[in-house]
Design a protein around this ligand. Structure first.
Ligand code: GAL
Length: 635
């Protein structure tokens, strides 16, 4: 897919005196910015009193930006319902797992299931779409802001309870069918009517995992329908593309399903915040990449959101300097605001938009850097953004590069292994990203695929770690597959009802293999493998007639293979995974390159890019790349 690459910035005209808007707009244009995202938190200024709108300031802000040649990405403000709404809808707040309503005074204080709140959302979105849907300066829409942020997907409210009961009634039609599917005979949990079913919180010990899993599917569907309501309204009034800004390492709803209703997937990339706040890594790794961010974490999300956006994706918020919300907030190495943007472009991003234009000296994010300091003097990232803009002018079009390898990602599997980890550190996201890291270390382009993919024929190697239940289309595709599929551990381990299938897993086409039993292993315990490396965290005892592809040091099978399909009975450490990936790529005629630590590669349709995440220079292929350096050459 060929498209133009552009830069953007997030801007809050309501935070600044109107007198400086024109100068801000001029400086944005001078920097080489194309898109300005506005509006997503401004509900109290759009509608200061119930039903009393004030669009004048927003009209003028859009006009001012447009007059400077900028395009606007207009956010619907539904992540920040104003205080007055709490008076009319006092029960619109989400309720936490302990049953406590969440309060007013920050953001995202709404319940996805509250039908009255949805009416309010439909009203404000309709008013905006009618007013701005054909505005000449409108470039795109953004729905809401970061669904799920601040742990807001799950709510244990009365609104959620009644919507969940309806959802269950639709799905099962009768309480008897639900009892059978969940296995409610266990512990006398049978229900006689849907109205008796509660939410899976505040139980004495763990609730039935099938109950929890249905609640997770339900909660995800609520996000999807909440988003769809806005999309349908906007489309009645506007032809501009619609995006949502997703997050890093957030799996609490099925992004592929929201993505199907949107035109563009975007995500908010904070490499240093994520390194400090939500990366499983050693202290040494965190120290080494302190000012650069993890070399693979952004790339993984770029590839994931390219899949969620079915090819069209942006970075809607790009870290420009220190953030305010991580445990520690480091200053990026000079050059990283440029490198992060180029890595996104190399993965096919259409737009990279920095968050935010000017650091706000007030309220919650006063310690969060912008492209400008609070006194309007340029912060370091402004010059780097301008450099990216100049570089883009010389190389404006990008094709997304083809990948020989695909990795299946499934949100419901994240819920499955949170619901029933069976070992404290069995984390689906970690499992998938460990495989992704292994592929990146071999210099490979990777595509991420949704779990219902029906055609794998474009890929020479496909990996499916930890997918709890394989979909019918994916099983069909595997039956026809001619490449190399590496499947497991813990793949196809559950039925759709969240029970253990009989015959026992993995039940893969053409493979005589049975997971006879499983064990989880605490940190420090491992099962060594012949040829080097080990199984950690999760180990399966395999039986079957298939060819043994990996063997433990004491001679039991660790992976079984037949034709295109290899099933792996354990969580492989880096060494074992590396061996298996190299051997599999060799068998599939995929060329690999051993990348130096911290140096990463990505091919577009036209260029080969190298990114140096190390704190020092690296020499590779005859080129020396400085720290935070980006190198590219035509293919
Ligand atoms: C994002 C959010 C922004 C801002 C930013 C700060 O999660 O969408 O509104 O809060 O983080 O890094």
């Amino acid at each position: 897919m060929i498209h133009k690459r552009t830069l953007g910035v997030c801007y809050y005209p309501e935070h600044w005196p109107e007198a400086i808007w024109a100068e801000d707009a001029r400086r944005m244009a001078e920097t080489g910015i194309t898109f300005v995202r506005i509006g997503e938190f401004a509900w109290s200024r759009m509608e200061p009193k119930p039903g009393t709108y004030d669009w004048g300031w927003l009209d003028r802000a859009i006009e001012t930006l447009g007059a400077a040649g900028l395009k606007v990405v207009l956010g619907t403000p539904t992540a920040t319902p104003p205080r007055w709404m709490a008076d009319t809808l006092p029960d619109m707040f989400a309720v936490d797992k302990q049953g406590r309503p969440r309060g007013f005074g920050s953001r995202r204080h709404y319940d996805f299931s509250h039908r009255g709140y949805r009416v309010e959302c439909a009203r404000i979105v309709t008013a905006m779409a009618e007013r701005y849907g054909v505005n000449p300066h409108l470039g795109a829409w953004q729905t809401d802001n970061e669904y799920a942020c601040h742990d807001t997907t799950l709510s244990y409210s009365p609104a959620a309870l009644s919507a969940f009961r309806e959802w269950l009634a639709q799905k099962y039609q009768s309480p008897q069918a639900l009892n059978r599917a969940w296995g409610n005979v266990f512990w006398s949990m049978d229900y006689d009517s849907f109205d008796q079913i509660g939410l899976p919180n505040l139980t004495v010990t763990e609730p039935n995992p099938a109950h929890t899993m249905d609640f997770r599917h339900f909660a995800s569907d609520e996000v999807v329908s909440f988003n769809r309501l806005q999309v349908e309204i906007i489309r009645q009034h506007s032809a501009a593309p619609i995006a949502h800004n997703y997050m890093g390492r957030v799996t609490s709803f099925d992004h592929f399903k929201t993505g199907a209703d949107l035109d563009i997937a975007s995500w908010d990339s904070y490499p240093l915040g994520f390194l400090s706040d939500r990366l499983d890594a050693t202290p040494d790794h965190k120290a080494r990449f302190l000012r650069q961010g993890d070399p693979d974490n952004q790339a993984f999300h770029h590839d994931l959101y390219r899949a969620v956006g079915r090819g069209r994706w942006w970075v809607m918020e790009q870290q420009p300097g220190p953030v305010n919300w991580a445990p520690w907030n480091a200053d990026p190495l000079p050059g990283m605001a440029r490198l992060w943007a180029w890595e996104a472009f190399a993965h096919g991003a259409e737009t990279v938009s920095y968050f935010r234009w000017r650091q706000a000296p007030f309220a919650q994010e006063q310690m969060h850097a912008g492209l400008l300091r609070p006194d309007s003097v340029s912060a370091p990232a402004l010059g780097e953004a301008a450099q990216v803009a100049r570089e883009l002018a010389a190389m404006p079009d990008a094709g997304t590069g083809a990948a020989p390898v695909a990795l299946v990602f499934d949100y419901a599997s994240a819920w499955a292994w949170e619901t029933q980890p069976q070992g404290r550190d069995f984390d689906y996201f970690l499992l998938v990203t460990s495989v992704y890291r292994g592929l990146r270390a071999l210099g490979l382009n990777v595509d991420i695929l949704p779990p219902d993919s029906a055609d794998l024929s474009a890929y020479k190697v496909v990996l499916i770690p930890g997918v709890a239940t394989l979909s019918a289309p994916l099983l069909d595709a595997l039956a026809r597959y001619k490449g190399q599929a590496l499947i497991g551990p813990r793949t196809n381990a559950k039925t759709a009802e969240f029970a253990i299938p009989v015959p026992l897993p993995p039940n893969l086409p053409g493979l005589s293999a049975t997971v006879a039993r499983v064990e989880s292993l605490q940190p420090g315990i491992e099962v060594p493998l012949q040829g080097g490396g080990a199984i950690r965290r999760w180990h399966e005892v395999l039986e079957g007639d298939a060819e043994v592809a990996l063997t433990t040091a004491d001679g039991t099978p660790a992976a079984l293979r037949a034709g295109a399909i290899t099933y792996i009975g354990g969580w492989l450490d880096e060494t074992a995974l590396g061996h298996l990936l190299r051997a599999t790529c060799a068998a599939a005629s995929v060329a690999v390159t051993e990348m130096p630590a911290g140096l990463r590669r990505r091919d577009t349709a036209t260029h080969r890019f190298l990114f140096n995440y190390n704190p020092g220079p690296v020499t590779f292929d005859g080129v020396t790349i400085p720290p935070a350096g980006v190198h590219w050459q035509a293919l």
